[in-house]
Design a protein around this ligand. Structure first.
Ligand SMILES: Nc1ncnc2c1ncn2[C@@H]1O[C@H](COP(=O)(O)OP(=O)(O)O)[C@@H](O)[C@H]1O
Ligand SMILES: [Mg+2]
Length: 383
């Protein structure tokens, strides 16, 4: 298959601190990994960087010949313009991987996304939305304050956890001044945090759960994934929030988390792949946010979960293409390989029913299959 790997390139930020650029430049690196991965599965690829001109670079290609692997996260440095890129794909008649523009737009507005989750009866933290001029607190402290429409932990630090009205006002003002948007103020969910990777469309499959290991942080209010924890590998925050995949969870908790995550994925209309962030309080999983087209870096949550399930990075990229092709009823393409399969799970108490590629079970080379299953690593960067 011929695949255009479309990604956005950002040279400079318009707002927010300089370090936010880390998060924004990630797609440039991921593009190279995805191209390599697709090529290793025999796909012909072409990179399409998007800078200021959105139409020009894409109109050169024939939508009947090429499919788009969409890695765009913003346009003209604006995250909220991300869905517009997809409108152009659709306008030009391209088929593309991942969620459509409506899903992206709704998930980008976390308050709107929470309204939808609530309407579906999916637990999510109680919340209010404030600008510095509309603060009318009804929720009880401690609270968590974040920009209503950013991702990648942008605008999130230890100061996001507030215990009194003064710091609440300060943080709402900070977000307003720096990001020019309202703040989403939520009840602080004290408890374990999980990233749940899901692949698929009609019957989405949950991959092995990943947990943020907060064991090295004593203060429960410091147990958060701040911007530094996500993006600055040398920071204390980063080093003290390692992921554990597969997570050690009881059967019943695992089932509850998977169920809530899958329902959130479907309620928000995600396609092909995504990640649901969850925190568990008193045994009840609360959805923090739903991430359509979530980070596909080889060292990020989706690739890690896939690897634990026996799916290499290259298989993951190929699987996403297969899912998108099947969803578009494209003829002549291989079926997605995910099948439910009994993985000899190492997560304590897990029933071990995960999705893995059929290729891992391929009968033509049982030795290679066994070797591959044994070599599944819970962490690591290389595919
Ligand atoms: N209501 C909350 N209670 C406790 N921690 C939270 C809450 N909301 C967010 N966090 C912490 O902040 C991190 C980032 O928040 P999230 O909503 O996932 O935004 P982002 O899109 O930036 O990833 C989470 O991973 C979690 O550690
Ligand atoms: Mg998140």
């Amino acid at each position: 298959m011929k695949v255009l790997v479309v990604f956005n390139v950002i040279e400079q930020l318009e707002r927010g601190p300089e370090e936010d650029l880390f998060a924004e430049q990630e797609t440039v690196l991921v593009e190279q990994f995805i191209e390599q991965a697709l090529q290793s599965h025999g796909h012909i690829t072409a990179p399409v960087p998007i800078r200021d001109d959105l139409w020009g670079p894409i109109t050169r290609y024939d939508p009947n010949e090429w499919m788009i692997f969409n890695l765009c996260e913003s346009f003209r440095n604006k995250t909220y313009l991300e869905p517009y890129i997809i409108s152009v794909f659709e306008h030009l008649g391209f088929r593309y991987t991942g969620s459509d523009r409506r899903t992206l737009a709704t998930c980008l507005n976390k308050a709107r996304a929470k309204e939808i989750l609530q309407a579906h009866g999916i637990p999510t933290a109680a919340y209010q939305v404030f600008t510095p001029y509309t603060i009318d607190r009804r929720l009880e402290f401690p609270l968590f304050v974040k920009p209503v429409s950013e991702d990648a932990s942008i605008g999130i630090s230890q100061k996001s956890v507030v215990h009194d009205d003064r710091s609440l006002r300060r943080q709402v003002r900070y977000i307003w001044d720096l990001y020019h948007e309202p703040a989403l103020v939520e009840e602080f969910i004290e408890g374990r945090e999980f990233n749940v990777t899901i692949l698929g469309n009609d019957s989405p499959r949950v991959l092995p759960l990943s947990e943020i290991n907060f064991r090295h942080i004593a203060n429960p209010f410091a147990r958060i994934v701040s911007f530094r924890a996500k993006w600055v590998p040398t920071s204390e925050e980063y080093l003290k929030t390692p992921p554990t995949c597969p997570a050690r969870v009881s059967d019943s908790l695992k089932t509850r988390i998977e169920d809530v995550a899958r329902r959130a994925y479907q309620a928000m209309g995600l396609r092909d792949y995504g990640r649901v962030d969850i925190r568990v309080k008193n045994g009840l999983p609360y959805v923090l946010e739903v991430n359509p087209n979530a980070d596909l870096s080889p060292d990020a949550g989706i690739a890690r979960a896939a690897r634990v399930a026996g799916m290499s990075y290259a298989d993951l990229a190929d699987e996403i293409i297969r899912l998108a092709a099947r969803r578009n009823h494209m003829k002549g393409f291989a079926r997605p390989r995910i099948v439910t399969y009994e993985l000899k799970a190492r997560s304590a108490g897990s029933d071990g029913v995960y999705s893995i590629p059929v290729s891992a079970l391929a009968p033509d080379n049982p030795q290679a299959t066994l070797k591959r299953l044994r070599s599944v690593q819970p962490a690591g960067v290389a595919a």
